[in-house]
Design a protein around this ligand. Sequence first.
Ligand code: FAD
Ligand code: FES
Length: 265
Amino acid sequence: MQNNPMTPAPHKVIRIDAETDLEATFRIESDSPPLFGQFYMVSLPRIGEMPISISGVGPGWIDMTIRKVGKVSQAVHSLTRGDTVFLRGPYGNGFPMEAFQGRHLVVVAGGSGIAPVRPVVDYYYRHSDEVARLDLLFGFKTPDAVLFRQDIDRWKSRFDTILTVDDACGVWDGECVGLVTEYVKNIKFSEPGRMDVVIVGPPVMIKFTAAEFIRMGVHEESIIVSMERRMSCGLGKCGHCKIGEYYVCLDGPVFRYHDVVRLVD
Ligand SMILES: Cc1cc2nc3c(=O)[nH]c(=O)nc-3n(C[C@H](O)[C@H](O)[C@H](O)COP(=O)(O)OP(=O)(O)OC[C@H]3O[C@@H](n4cnc5c(N)ncnc54)[C@H](O)[C@@H]3O)c2cc1C
Ligand code: FES
C-alpha cells in the first residue's frame, strides 16, 4: 500500500477489450479489491489524471471501461497489454450492497453508466439468493453504443432485462426502441417499501427516470444514484467536485436520491 494517498502507484495493464468505437475495457493488475461503485484516479506521467469507475473486479485485477473523450483517455487508449498505468485510490463510498439484502432491486443504467453497475449485477448473478428479485433496464443511444452485450445476454438468462436504444438506426436486433423512461412501466413492481432502484447515467436521464419510479410509487429514499463531477484531488481537499454541501469524491459518488434531488442538474 502507498503511504501518501496522493501518490499514484504503477499498475500493469494485463488485458484490453474493445467495446465500441469509443470505449474499451482495461484489465489492470491490482490486489486491493475496491467496493463496487468506487473509482480510481487514473494517470499517465506528463499527460494528466482522470477519475474512472471500476467496471469489474476479480482475483488480482480490476476492470475499467474508458471512453475516449480527451487528452488522458485518448492516451490510455493508446496503451497496449503489458504497459503501465498509474492509479491512486480507490475513492468514494460505493453502492450500499448490504442494504439490498433480501430486497427487490432494479438497476437502471444509461450509456456508459452501465460500467459502475456491471460489478453489482455480476455479483448478484453469482449470488442471486441475496436479493428477492433483480430487474435490469439498460438504455443506449444507438446499437453501436451498446456496452457489455455478452454480459447483458448472460444476465438475461437469470433476470428480467430490458435493453433499449434511442435510435434503432435500421440495424437493431433487440426488441425495444425508445428512452429508458418509456420502459419503467414494463418492470414488475413489488410493494414500494420492498424496492430499491439504482440509477446511473447522464443527469437528465437520472432526473426523468427517478421521476418515473416515484410516479409508480417507489419511495424517493429508495432511489440510489451515482453522480459524476469534474474532479482533481479525489479525496475531499480541493473542492472541485463540490455540489451543495457534498463533496462528490468523498460523500459519493453514490447518493440517496432524496439527499441530492435538488442538486441534480
Ligand atoms: C466518479 C467518476 C467516475 C467516472 N467513471 C468513468 C468511467 O468509468 N469511464 C469513463 O470513460 N469516464 C468516467 N468518468 C468521466 C471521466 O473522468 C472523464 O471523461 C475524464 O476526465 C476525461 O478525461 P480526458 O483528459 O480524457 O478528457 P478531458 O480533456 O478532461 O475532457 C474531455 C471532455 O469531457 C468532459 N468531461 C470531463 N470530465 C467530465 C465529467 N466528470 N463529467 C462530464 N464531462 C466531463 C470535458 O468537459 C470535455 O468536454 C468518471 C468521472 C467521475 C467523476
Ligand atoms: S475532487 Fe477535490 S474535493 Fe472532490
